[in-house]
Design a protein around this ligand. Structure first.
Ligand SMILES: C[S@@+](CC[C@H](N)C(=O)[O-])C[C@H]1O[C@@H](n2cnc3c(N)ncnc32)[C@H](O)[C@@H]1O
Length: 333
C-alpha cells in the first residue's frame, strides 16, 4: 500500500487507481485548489517555440517539451547508464538490501523513479518536479507529485534514500534547499546521492579556445546562470556541502565527460559521441530562456551564435569535456 500524506504545496498526478484499485483517492486539504492547481500546472507556457513548466512559471529556465524529455531520457539511460555500468545508484543498496522509501528530487520524466520501482518492488518510490511530464502508467509502488523542491518539505514519514540527478541550474542554494532538507527528511542511517555535471566545458591541452565560439558560449551560460541566481556549475562543491550538513561516509566519484568522440579510448569515445548528440539536441533549449532572461538576447541572436558553437561541438580536434560527479553520503545513526 502506498503511503498517504497531505501536501501543502504538492499535488498528485499519478493515476495510481489504474494499477491499484484499492488505493484511496488522495486529496489535498482543499480539493478545489488541488484541481485548479492540477490543470494550471499542465498549461505549459510557450516561448521561443518551446514549452516551459507552468507551476511556479519562470523558476526554471529550461524547456519541458517532448524534445527536452527525449534528451533527458537519452542522457539518463544511455550516457549515465553506460558510465555507471547499468547501476541506478552508487549508495549501498541492492536487491538483497533494498531501500524502503525513496525520493527523487527534480525527477524530470521520472525515468529513474520508474526504473527504481521495477528494481525494488518492495520499496515505495516517489518523484517530485515542477512539471507533470511523467508517464501515467507506472509500477504500483511509484508515485509522482508536482512540487517545488526549493520550498520547505513536509513528509510525515522519513525516507531511507533520497536522490538527485542533473539538477544543475535548478536551485539557488542547493546546500540549503536540497542537501539540508534531505538530511532532515532521511531516517538515521539513510543515504543521499547526487549526480551532477558542471555546465563548464574545458580542455587540458588548450584545444578549447576560451575566446572561440564554444568557449564564449560556456562563459556566457555560466555567467547568465549566476546572474539569475541558479548557478550551473556547483557539482564540485557537493562533497564538501554533504559533509558540512552532517553526512558521514561521504564518497565522491569524478568522471570526465567528453563532449564528442575525441578520446582514443573506445569506451570514452563512445560516451563522447553520445554526449555530442545530447549536447547538439539540447543546445537550443539550454540557451534560449537562460540567455534571454539574463541578457535580454533575442531568439534570433541566440540561434545565430549557436551555429558556430555547434561546429565546435562536432570538432574532434577540440578535446573538450565537462566534469561529472557522483556524491553519496549517510545520515549518522
Ligand atoms: C535536467 S532535468 C533532470 C531531470 C532528472 N533528474 C533526470 O536526471 O533525468 C532538471 C529537472 O529539474 C526540475 N526542477 C527545476 N527546479 C525545480 C524545483 N525547484 N523543484 C522541483 N523540480 C525542479 C525541472 O522541472 C527538470 O525536470
Amino acid at each position: 500500500m502506498l503511503d498517504h500524506e497531505t501536501r501543502p504545496s504538492g499535488f498528485e498526478f499519478t493515476f495510481e487507481t489504474i494499477l491499484d484499485s484499492t488505493a484511496a483517492p488522495r486529496r489535498l486539504p482543499d480539493d478545489e485548489d488541488s484541481e485548479s492547481l492540477t490543470s494550471n500546472a499542465r498549461e505549459f507556457p510557450e516561448r521561443f517555440g518551446r514549452t516551459y513548466h507552468a507551476y511556479k512559471d519562470g523558476a526554471y529556465v529550461f524547456p519541458n517539451d517532448s524534445n527536452e524529455q527525449a534528451r533527458m531520457e537519452y542522457l539518463g539511460q544511455k550516457i549515465i547508464g553506460e558510465i555507471l555500468d547499468g547501476r541506478l545508484h552508487l549508495a549501498p543498496f541492492s536487491r538483497g538490501r533494498p531501500p524502503k522509501r525513496v525520493l527523487d528530487v527534480a525527477t524530470g520524466t521520472g525515468d529513474w523513479v520508474t526504473q527504481m520501482g521495477d528494481r525494488y518492488p518492495t520499496a515505495y518510490v516517489e518523484g517530485i518536479d515542477l512539471s507533470p511530464i511523467q508517464p501515467m502508467i507506472v509500477p504500483p509502488n511509484v508515485q509522482f507529485f508536482v512540487q517545488d523542491a526549493s520550498e520547505p518539505w513536509h513528509y510525515r514519514q522519513p525516507f531511507d534514500f533520497i536522490h538527485t540527478r542533473m539538477t544543475l541550474g535548478s536551485f539557488s542554494d542547493f546546500k540549503k534547499e536540497v542537501i539540508q532538507q534531505a538530511f532532515d527528511t532521511l531516517e538515521p542511517g539513510g543515504w543521499l546521492e547526487s549526480l551532477d555535471a558542471n555546465g563548464l566545458y574545458q580542455s587540458d591541452d588548450g584545444t578549447l579556445d576560451p575566446d572561440g565560439p564554444l568557449g564564449r558560449w560556456t562563459r556566457d551560460v555560466n555567467a547568465a546562470s549566476k546572474m539569475i541566481g541558479k548557478p550551473l556549475s556547483v557539482a564540485h562543491k557537493l562533497k564538501t556541502w554533504f559533509e558540512e550538513v552532517g553526512f558521514v561516509d561521504v564518497h565522491e566519484q569524478e568522471f570526465k565527460l567528453p563532449m564528442n568522440g575525441w578520446p582514443s579510448d573506445p569506451f570514452w569515445s563512445g560516451i563522447g559521441k553520445m554526449s555530442e548528440r545530447n549536447l547538439l539536441h539540447g543546445l537550443d533549449g539550454f540557451s534560449l530562456g537562460l540567455l534571454h532572461t539574463a541578457f535580454g538576447r533575442t531568439p534570433e541572436q541566440v540561434r545565430v551564435a549557436l551555429v558556430d558553437v555547434r561546429r565546435d561541438i562536432q570538432n574532434t580536434s577540440i578535446h573538450g569535456y565537462q566534469l561529472l560527479y557522483v556524491v553519496w553520503g549517510r545520515k549518522p545513526g
